[in-house]
Design a protein around this ligand. Structure first.
Ligand code: N01
Length: 532
């Protein structure tokens, strides 16, 4: 073991959240070290380099709000930025705010243990480096541990296997190739039209048909750029006060009560302009089955209209679950790609994949030849990257055992039994149900104030109380039960991994509601945390 480095704060993860945490905590005068497993910063935007990868939150909103100069200087080229542009932005931020000197790349943390009596965390990397920190912040992302999907005989396949979430940095030439994509979540949906235009033949393996809304992407004109920048503060405030941090307020009426012609017009407008925000056309699409049925039927019709073949339409139009209860995609021509003669669909709910062969994939119906197979099968969401690290709290309790029945926390930020351990974007916070960068910045500002107040009062340990945690878990569940999310197996409830506890993980009470709860806790002396 190498010499232990004493430091105020260790942050794990150099993605958007970790970098903002570094900037903020360092500006307060704390010594901070960010530990990052990759050889590059950027988190998901470093790893997900597949063709067509772009954000489905508008660039003006999917960006930091902490620096007005940065807001004014940065020029987004498109309404929904592509992955390379977002990665350039992240690197610009790292350089502009001189962040790199406090980031250790190629540093994968394997273990963190609370040191009895001192409140300090001893954090060990795989290469033997060790830090001792008085505050330990995890900013490891929710979609950062890809599922290790495999099929029998995979090793015999003579072609190339690629992963959407570990896409190579060097260009991949798919021209003239027979390509398979397994998975039709946002990643599969985004890459399909791009690869369809390049490959000789593309076969998409679909297990569950996914709702998807057109992205309505467009270049950002100089006029739009100037207009947004002139009113940026108001735009940020609107986002903070909107349900998902996307900036628009839903029509306060029920979709079920609005005159059908007026409703159709509202849906049409949202379909053509709002992308992901379509789910917020009316206030109760995710709350009320009757309202959702109407919205689901609209989306199903719109999807069906894009597909020429009746047989394909039947397979590709999602059914059997409420729109929005699994994360919908935002696409740039996904369904229309299936009208091309070089694109086909295999519905693996009917003809499952049996195995790989030397030349491709064998389903229960046929052998299909491929040169390249792409896994776009998603992630071990919310807890995958947290629980990969062996985290040992008070009385030798591991976080894995504490969360054996699913993640429990207070405010999604602290866990009883694990003083001085904090999460950004963790389970129990709005995270993936929100504009995640906005939610991360809220939490980081709140943590910064907590750390400052603890420093002034010589507080060594900050720990969520058992009661506050139990009450928060009840509250998260109560809010989830007011929604339709619980009606559908999804990664929000751990259904993406066999054997994972079925617990609703994000906080569905909205970013504004969540912020008010944070503000109230702070105003009451960080109510729910024991400061000692
Ligand atoms: O992953 P997913 P993703 N055999 O979990 C299928 C964000 N994101 O990487 O639904 C065969 O959504 C699985 O089928 P089923 C966004 O939050 C954003 O696409 O489990 N198939 C599903 O079709 C998104 O929600 C953008 O039946 C298997 C797919 O693989 C999240 O990341 C872009 C399988 C996985 O879909 C994850 O998206 C990309 C198996 N064994 C991602 N296992 C933006 O636009 C799973 N599947 C910003």
């Amino acid at each position: 073991m190498s010499e232990i480095v004493e430091i105020d704060i260790v942050v794990i993860g150099a993605g958007l959240a970790g970098l903002r945490a570094l900037h903020t905590f360092r500006a307060q005068g704390f010594s901070v070290r960010v530990l990052e497993a990759s050889d590059e910063i950027g988190g998901v935007w470093n790893f997900n380099r597949y063709p067509g990868a772009r954000c489905d939150v508008e660039s003006f909103d999917y960006s930091y709000r902490f620096s007005e100069a940065l807001e004014q200087d940065w020029r987004w080229s498109e309404r929904y930025a592509k992955q390379p542009e977002i990665l350039r932005y992240i690197n610009h931020v790292a350089d502009r705010f001189d962040l790199r000197r406090d980031i250790s790349l190629n540093t994968r943390v394997r273990r963190a243990e609370l040191q009895a009596g001192t409140g300090r965390w001893i954090i060990e990397a795989e290469d033997g480096q060790v830090w001792s920190a008085s505050r330990f912040v995890m900013a490891v992302g929710q979609l950062s541990t890809p599922k290790a999907t495999t099929y029998p005989e995979q090793g015999t396949f003579r072609g190339q296997i690629l992963y959407s979430a570990r896409w190579p940095r060097e260009p991949v030439d798919l021209k003239g190739k027979r390509v398979a994509i397994i998975g039709t979540g946002s990643s599969g949906v985004q890459m399909t039209p791009i690869i369809a235009a390049e490959a000789e033949h593309l076969t998409v393996f679909q297990r569950t048909a996914n709702y998807s809304i057109p992205a309505a992407n467009a270049p950002v004109s100089d006029e739009e750029d100037a207009a947004v920048k002139a009113g940026y503060r108001a735009r940020r405030e609107a986002a903070r006060n909107s349900p998902s941090g996307l900036g628009f307020a839903p029509d306060p009426r029920s979709a079920a009560e609005v005159d059908p012609a007026e409703r159709e017009e509202a849906f049409e407008k949202a379909w053509n302009r709002l992308g992901f925000g379509f789910a917020l056309t009316f206030k109760d699409i995710l709350l009320n089955q009757a309202a959702n049925d109407i919205a689901s039927a609209f989306v199903q019709r719109k999807i069906g209209e894009q597909i020429d073949s009746p047989a394909l339409r039947k397979k590709l139009v999602p059914k059997g679950f409420a729109f929005g209860t699994r994360r919908p995609s935002v696409d740039g021509g996904y369904f229309a790609a299936f009208n091309r003669p070089n694109v086909s669909l295999v519905d693996i709910s009917e003809t499952p994949i049996e195995s790989f062969t030397a030349n491709g994939i064998r389903t229960t119906k046929e052998d299909l030849p491929f040169d390249v197979v792409i896994y776009a099968t998603g992630f071990d969401v919310f807890t995958g990257s947290i629980l990969k690290i062996d985290i040992v709290g008070r009385d030798n309790q591991t976080l894995k055992s504490a969360w054996a029945g699913g993640p429990a926390s207070y405010l999604g930020i602290g866990v009883h039994g694990f003083p001085n351990l904090f999460f950004i974007g963790g389970p129990g916070s709005p995270s993936l149900l929100s504009n995640v960068i906005l939610s991360s910045e809220e939490q980081i500002d709140w943590l910064a104030a907590l750390f400052e107040s603890a420093r002034q009062a010589d507080i060594i340990e900050i720990e969520a109380t058992a009661q506050a945690q139990a009450d928060w878990v009840d509250h998260v569940n109560a809010r989830a039960n007011e929604t339709l999310y619980m009606t559908t197996p999804s990664y929000y409830i751990g259904a993406e991994m066999p054997g994972k506890p079925r617990v609703f993980m994000p906080y569905s009470g909205g970013v504004r509601g969540y912020r008010r709860i944070l503000e109230k806790a702070a105003a009451n002396g960080y109510d729910g945390f024991e400061l000692r």
